[in-house]
Design a binder for this molecule. Structure first.
Ligand SMILES: [Ca+2]
Ligand SMILES: [Ca+2]
Ligand SMILES: [Ca+2]
Length: 804
């Protein structure tokens, strides 16, 4: 193998032929492969040209790839024509798949037909490591008109950077290939490409290891992922939050833990969470809205969502609006608030074609309103003011926001957009209705040349980066006179250094209260010790009104809003529901949700290590829980789930050993006693250090019968022949037989079928001359009214010393 720098002028060293050495001896002395993963996608070209493109390492490396039926195997291969350079050939990106220091086996079939070309011709499989670094991997000398077989191994040097690793096929280099195109630039056909070796490395963990939402606090809403531009939406007694997926581009360095700054261009997913109590949130995962695999693949980004529901043609549908970057807005349609999702459009909903948007720089941030009469509106827009206005007007009344009617189908607009003359407006218009009046809130700009140069706002107008609001009697009429004040100052006023910047809010009503959503990089700040990289987290505060309908300015805090009801544990609920968490992540899995239905997404809690935990706030166990069932998938032996009440370090009240077969989803149950009333519930996870212990899908508590078995227990420490013993006794006071488990620090004994009035007894030997004071546990199981009931009792014993 030879590695060299390939300059822009394609000057090469001459040692290319040495690459052929790779072939020598292969088949007779091949080292054993550590793994057998094929890293090439669509190597047989049976899926057309998916995964392949023309080598573009240099601007001159042009060619045309087309699918041909002249295949070595299957029904198609790739034909390479119009080659401009010797490097012009099919390329596939193996970045992130191949690893330095690993050995791979490369196989491919290649053929050329040109009668004017030489009778034999050498071809190379080559890796472009970025810049001018190219390495020939495997060579073959083909005979004209016959399929030749690349079949060799290559080892990537341990020192080779593989951040960029792109495989392509070419002919030996010359600086002037056009001088003899039959020799250097012949067409060729390629099929059955494989690169087999170690499986691609797992991507670096994005798991947030710190406690990002502190126990007892309700902001940020979640601590295990980010989410920005939250939009609150209520349906069927449940609050949903739709958010820009700030976690998508989050990439903490494995060593420093610090991610590069957020890149909004990476974001084409929307994150959804929901709650019925405002503290315990269910993670519904991400909607792949935009991008090549998105619901609406004609859009590239999905920022700043807005949500509405409407009955269309007799069917209730859900409409998720979003910003396709700064230039346009779009909408997708859901069968429920969590999908499934479809696109009714083939082009963006709001763009430069939309009447009345002339002079709007950013046709983004769409927020819908469905009025009581069924009429629907969309508010959108933002960005630099039109330069045709005088500087003072550009600053104070930039007229960059718009209101427009939505069609009955909710995926079209009607008529022309009307100007929303919001003072110092920047973006993020959103409207809610209260007592027959419409409230429009929006984010204010930071001034600068986009808004007419340095100025101060008119008296009463918002400063930079604040949330202002207006009150109007007409959802389409927003003159500057409807401005009502500042609703929320900048979040940096409450959350300190590093939390500034623009905000994006919404207001929604839930069970008679109004709530204000906003974001701040508060989780980012906790991760990185007060430095932030722009990753934002959702917050909610309650909104209060004055008697005249104006809004009391919102104060941001970590306490957040009250829990509006206790959590009901007596049902199957998703484990990806929690109020607080430490060290876990979530991932979508196939199949529907046990709690939300077969077409709803289902997630599992993963990346569970020893010491991680999840917790639910204010769980009401009523008269008492009888059992806890977990649906888990063990990944390592020796893991346990512990149930604690009140704190992550409170005493363990129950344990579920996760000792089912590895890799399989299993339901495991433990009996519970003494768990009644209202508690914060902590599920703490334990097991071998360094192991990925298990995943959890759902929890279910079952209420206890309320019945208890009458049992009298006692424990005594005593001495026999100089040795200390602990004697434990249980008397069956029940009217039927019971099974009894007696347990002390020195052992356990099970006694079956203890008759009414009879005793179970065991004297446990300490095998030492003394025992410390302690307790014994007695677990009694019997039938009450035909149901199995377990009652657990403890008995204290004193210390005993048996010396001499
Ligand atoms: Ca093929
Ligand atoms: Ca973890
Ligand atoms: Ca689940």
């Amino acid at each position: 193998m030879t590695q060299r720098r390939r300059s822009a002028t394609r000057r090469r060293v001459a040692a290319i032929a040495a690459a052929g050495v790779l072939l020598a001896g292969f088949g007779s002395a091949a080292p054993v492969q550590a793994a057998d993963t094929n890293l090439v996608v669509n190597g047989g070209f049976e899926d057309g040209l998916v995964g392949w493109f023309v080598n573009n390492g240099n601007a001159t490396d042009g060619a045309i790839l087309s699918s041909t039926t002249d295949a070595y195997s299957g029904s198609s291969a790739v034909l390479v024509t119009n080659r401009a350079t010797t490097g012009s050939g099919p390329m596939q990106d193996l970045s992130g798949k191949v690893q330095a220091g690993q050995t791979y086996t490369l196989s491919a079939r290649i053929k050329y037909e040109n009668a004017a070309s030489p009778a034999t011709k050498q071809f190379f499989a080559t890796m472009h490591y970025g810049g001018g670094t190219y390495t020939n991997l495997v060579s073959v000398t083909a005979t004209r008109g016959q399929w030749a077989h690349f079949n060799g191994q290559f080892t990537i040097p341990a020192s080779q950077g593989v951040g960029t690793a792109r495989l392509f096929f070419e002919t030996p280099w010359t600086s002037t290939p056009a001088a003899d195109p039959n020799l250097h630039l012949m067409d060729f056909t390629l099929d059955d490409v494989s690169v087999v070796g170690a499986a691609p490395p797992a991507p670096p963990s994005k798991t947030i290891e710190v406690v990002g939402k502190l126990p007892g606090e309700h902001n940020p809403l979640i601590g295990h992922k980010f989410g920005a531009d939250g939009y609150g939406f209520v349906h069927d007694g449940r609050v949903y939050m739709y958010m820009t997926n700030d976690t998508q581009g989050y990439a903490p360095d494995p060593t420093t833990g610090v991610s590069p700054g957020i890149n909004y261009g990476d974001i084409n997913q929307i994150t959804v969470i929901s709650t019925t109590d405002m503290v315990n949130w269910t993670d519904h995962g991400e909607i792949q809205v935009a991008g090549p695999n998105g619901v609406a693949p004609f859009t590239n980004n999905s920022w700043a969502p807005g949500m509405a529901k409407q009955v269309v043609d007799g069917q209730e549908k859900f409409f998720l609006y979003y910003a396709n970057g700064g230039g346009s807005s779009n909408v997708i349609t859901g069968a429920s608030p969590v999908g499934p999702w479809t696109s009714e459009r083939t082009s963006t909903l709001i763009d430069s074609r939309t009447p009345g948007t002339e002079g709007v720089a950013w046709r983004f941030d769409p927020a819908p309103l469905v009025d009581d009469d069924g009429e629907a509106y969309l508010y959108f827009g933002g960005g630099p003011a039109a330069t045709s206005m005088p500087p003072a007007e550009r600053f104070n009344n930039p007229k960059n926001l718009r209101a427009i009617r939505l069609g009955d189908d909710m995926v079209s607009t009607v008529g022309s957009a009307a100007v929303v003359d919001a003072p110092v407006a920047f973006e993020a218009a959103q409207v809610f209705k209260r007592d027959g009046r419409y409230y429009l809130s929006y984010s204010s700009h930071f001034g600068g040349s986009d808004f007419g140069g340095p100025q101060t706002p008119l008296p009463g107008y918002p400063g930079g980066g604040q949330i202002g609001y207006m009150i109007s009697d007409d959802p389409m009429v927003w003159p500057k006179e409807t401005y009502a004040g500042v609703l929320f100052p900048n979040q940096s006023q409450f959350f300190g250094a590093g939390t500034g910047g623009n905000n994006h809010q919404s207001v929604f009503e839930y069970e008679g209260r109004y709530y204000f959503t906003y974001h701040g990089p508060t989780l980012n700040k906790r991760i990185n010790g007060n430095t932030t990289q722009g990753y934002r987290s959702p917050h909610i505060q309650e909104l209060a009104f004055n008697a005249d309908g104006t809004i009391r300015q919102v104060v941001g805090d970590y306490a957040g809003v009250d829990q509006v009801r206790d959590f009901d544990p007596y049902r199957v609920f998703e484990a990806e529901t929690f109020g607080w968490s430490k060290g876990v992540a979530t991932a979508k899995v196939d199949g529907g949700s046990a709690e939300f239905g077969g077409t709803a997404p289902n997630l599992v809690v993963r990346d569970i290590d020893n010491g991680d935990w999840t917790a639910l706030s204010s769980v009401d166990f009523g008269a008492g829980a009888g059992s806890l069932t977990a649906k888990v998938r063990p990944l390592a032996a020796g893991g346990t789930i512990q149930l604690r009440l009140g704190a992550a370090d409170a005493p363990v009240v129950a344990t579920i050993p996760v000792d089912a077969p590895l890799g399989q989803w299993t339901e495991l149950t433990t009996g519970l006693t003494g768990v009644s009333g209202v508690h914060d519930v902590y599920f703490t996870y334990a097991g071998p250090a360094g192991a990925d212990l298990f995943e959890i899908d759902t929890w279910a508590f079952a209420a206890g019968t309320g019945a208890e078995l009458p049992v009298e227990v006692s424990a005594q420490a005593r001495c026999v022949a100089g040795k200390a013993y602990v004697a434990v006794q249980a008397r069956n006071g029940h009217d039927g037989p019971v099974d009894v488990v007696l347990e002390s620090a020195y052992g356990q004994r099970s006694v079956s079928d203890v008759a009414p009035g009879a005793n179970a007894y065991q004297q446990f030997a300490s095998r030492t001359a003394s025992v410390a004071a302690g307790s014994a546990t007695v677990r009694v199981t019997g039938a009450v009214d035909g149901r199995s009931v377990t009652t657990v009792r403890t008995a204290e014993h004193s210390a005993a010393g048996c010396g001499d």
